[in-house]
Design a protein around this ligand. Sequence first.
Ligand code: ADE
Length: 412
Amino acid sequence: MTNTLRDPGLASEGHRKLQWVRERMPVLAALRDRYQQTRPFAGQRIAVSLHLEAKTAVLAELLHLGGAEVAVTSSNPLSTQDDVAAALAELGVEVHAWRGASAEEFDRFHHRVLDLEPTLVVDDGAELSERLHGSRQALLPNVRGGAEETTTGLMRLRALARTGQLAYPMIAVNDADMKHLFDNRYGTGQSTWDAIMRHTNLVVAGAVAVVSGYGWCGKGVAQRARGLGARVVVTEVDPVRANEALMDGFEVMPMLEAARIGKFFVTVTGNRDVISRPHFDRMADGAVLANAGHFDVEIDVQALRQGAIGTVAGRTEAMVGYRWPTGATLWLMAEGRLVNLAAGDGHPVEIMDLSFALQARSLEHLLTHPLPPGVHPVDPAVDRWVAQTRLDALGVAIDQLTPGQVAYLQSV
Ligand code: ADE
């Protein structure tokens, strides 16, 4: 097994991060105990494309301890933590990733992972599935299925399914209650503001924070901004979601208006060109632009680069100031890539415990309950198991339905 790493010498730092995380993911710990006994993935080869930071490494380790051969790359060129990658490679998992991969390297690393000839895939953004249905179709007969982490990846997979091309079952982990209600909302909310604050060191209280998109991720980003004391403005294209934002107590207006008053801008729409040249023209000096959506298309970075009359280095490498012809300097974070991973550590540990437990349990479920090609929901029993296991770990008890209540619910 060969690995592609920036520096294997970074492993000891990576092991410290892994240990911190391992001890704080009780749902994965419950699975680890069981998998070491039962080895449900014995004989499986699992290809993984997820943001390669410590929580992801703990999931990969778990799948390996469960008996699988595992190869991992990162689902974003900027989200690999090189120390974590080095540590993971020492744990018997094949790793092809480094932070700052070029587009060509990013593609090559995905192909190296696919060289494992996977029987199962774990995707974040459907990068593996796209290649398996493109230039790597020869590998399709091996693939028993997989699981997808994100809203964006599911859009890509559903497009394949609509044209009858999706060749294997993919479990929509993103849509499980124990995923999107927590990861998308509380995870994106906290990790996005963590990244913005650690790199800008600016106060959010009293500032205008413009959140574009009011899906689960946008709700989380807006809620956390309010918690930090910001005046929060939401921009939306969906009238239902716009009403939801209004009733949640946020201001709603078009981006052209919001551009004039915002200090912090966060895009979480899943769409392109949400902030573009006409908006840059209206922004005040010092505006901070961050994207928390999967792809780096939400802020029109090309227009920013082309229209700027110069650049200024920021206080960290994650920030570049673009000197705009209006006299304003506009600060772009993490090249417009998803800020919470490209300039942070991703979602909090306890949140990824839930998402990754759903990943592992969904793969296990696929092996015991084979499904036809297509996009399938997470089995409700798996979702409930994750919820209950977390409550048990927290020592939180809840009420049980009485037989009379069960009968009542069945009769109405
Ligand atoms: N860590 C690993 N994968 C992640 C994801 N999809 N979002 C946030 N943090 C992560």
